[in-house]
Design a binder for this molecule. Structure first.
Ligand code: EPZ
Length: 425
């Protein structure tokens, strides 16, 4: 297993290009199953999660070509069984269910495991598909979905106890585009990644209105065609590096290929914490630099347009050395605090209780060997290590490689002193 050595204390400078969005790419890649025509998708980040999805598509019978960030997929002769050994590695594999049952009338997908950020139920995914006519059964750890009489559009409310579901909205939307009649998704997720999927489907010939709002209307069509689409920038990668600019630079760093309208929550919170955030005129670049008098604040995560749960760990790393008290409450994944124990090993003062972390800023963090646990927690450890004195060793780097494309190259480009140590196993 690879590890990352971070020699902290060197101020970051310069600029990098932000990659295409992992969380937009995954459902868009799955949506290629909806047509027998070729689709071309650009700016797909080369991370293990997108590679897993491409492996699943190949295993389902798709022709897949990938060069640099461009992926070409033709799902001409596909079958409905998603392979367990790959699906178990990535929960987002679940979003092949909707397209498979829409295209083939049935699907067999293994039940995804939970993960460290919380149990990851799929009851809302199944509720949505059942509502439009799919029969659901389970056998040997697989979900078996069948729509013997085809899918029939219906009105479905997808709200769960933690609010809307991103991939659940995606799954139902992808099934509904080929259903008979009209489907209305109430309490739909409205994250930018859901909107990007809707744009992709519309470019294939789907009839979708309201993506980006809580109510999405899909009028089923007979079939979909090929398309050529560029994935939106990764707003979570951008937000992660914005925090790096706030805590580990002196004169600021610049992130290119971003979208200002997708970064409002992170920008507003950094400004509230006393840092400087300046977007270019067209909003495609942002420069972040430390404020002179940073102060702690409160974060309450919420479904978009609220503060993203995928950004709270990174801000917690920032609050670890921000004077004063900060509070981070995650209403979406109340257990998503694995990073706090590791940050505490580096000298942070964090109390975690009942879905919240109370952080008392300390003057400095010390280096220590720490363990990455999930994608965003690992990013938080890298941020803390950039700020800490000495060399921090971050183990189990594969967690970061799931969702951050070439993170060590990007950090080196910003002047950070980091080195990836290739693991023997
Ligand atoms: C997506 O996961 C993202 N992943 C997650 O990012 C992100 O944290 C999450 O949305 C919330 O924004 C991808 O897009 C690939 P949900 P998803 O269904 O769709 C509960 C990252 O770091 N729920 O919106 O799986 C669930 O437990 C990853 O990039 C049900 O109860 O999340 C949670 O509390 C981590 N039943 C809440 O809803 C269901 O059937 C939101 O989950 C589905 C979800």
């Amino acid at each position: 297993m690879d590890k990352l050595l971070v020699h902290g204390g060197t101020p970051l400078t310069g600029s990098i290009n932000i990659s295409g969005s992992k969380n937009a790419s995954l459902p868009i890649l799955a949506a290629a199953l909806l047509t027998d025509q070729q689709v071309i998708i650009e700016r797909v980040p080369d991370v293990s999660d997108t590679n897993y999805m491409l492996q699943i598509l190949s295993a389902l019978g798709c022709e897949v070509e990938r060069y640099s960030g461009t992926v070409k997929i033709t799902a001409a002769n596909i079958h409905p069984e998603a392979p367990y050994e790959i699906v178990r590695k990535m929960r987002a594999s679940i979003c092949v269910m909707g397209p498979l049952v829409a295209r083939l009338g049935r699907a067999s997908v293994s039940i995804p495991g939970g993960c460290v950020i919380g149990d990851r139920p799929i009851d809302l995914h199944l509720k949505g598909l059942q509502a439009i006519g799919a029969d659901i059964d389970t056998e040997g750890g697989n979900i078996l979905i069948e729509a013997k009489d085809g899918l029939i559009g219906k009105e479905v409310d997808l709200r769960g106890k933690h609010g809307p579901t991103v991939l659940g909205t995606d799954n139902l939307m992808m099934a509904a585009v080929l259903a008979k009649g009209t489907t209305v998704i109430e309490s739909a997720a409205c994250e930018p990644e859901v909107m990007d999927l809707a744009d992709f489907l519309i470019s294939m010939g789907a009839k979708i209105e309201g993506a980006g709002t809580r109510r999405i209307t899909i009028e089923g069509v007979e079939s979909l065609g090929g398309t050529h689409h560029t994935v939106i920038p990764d707003r979570i990668e951008a937000g992660t590096f914005m925090v790096a600019g706030a805590i580990a630079s002196e004169t600021g760093i610049t992130l290119n290929r971003v979208r200002k309208d997708h970064l409002q929550q992170a920008a507003e919170k950094l400004i509230e914490a006393g840092h400087y955030v300046d977007f270019s005129e067209d909003g495609s670049s942002v420069t972040v630099k430390p404020g002179d008098d940073p102060q702690g604040c409160k974060i309450l995560t919420a479904p978009h347009p609220g503060f993203p749960t995928d950004m709270q760990a990174q801000f917690t790393a920032m609050f670890a050395t921000t004077p004063g008290i900060s509070v981070v409450e995650d209403t979406i994944f109340p257990q998503r605090f694995m990073h706090c124990a590791e940050l505490t090993r580096m000298g942070a003062d964090i109390k975690v209780d009942n879905g919240s972390a109370v952080i008392t800023g300390v003057a400095k963090l010390g280096s220590a060997p720490v363990m990455a646990s999930d994608l965003r927690a690992s990013a938080a450890l890298v941020l803390a290590a950039l700020k800490a004195e000495g060399t921090t060793e971050i183990n189990r780097l594969y967690h970061i490689d799931r969702g951050y494309e070439m993170i060590d190259e990007k950090l080196l480009q910003l002047g950070a002193k980091v080195e990836r140590v290739r693991g023997s196993v």
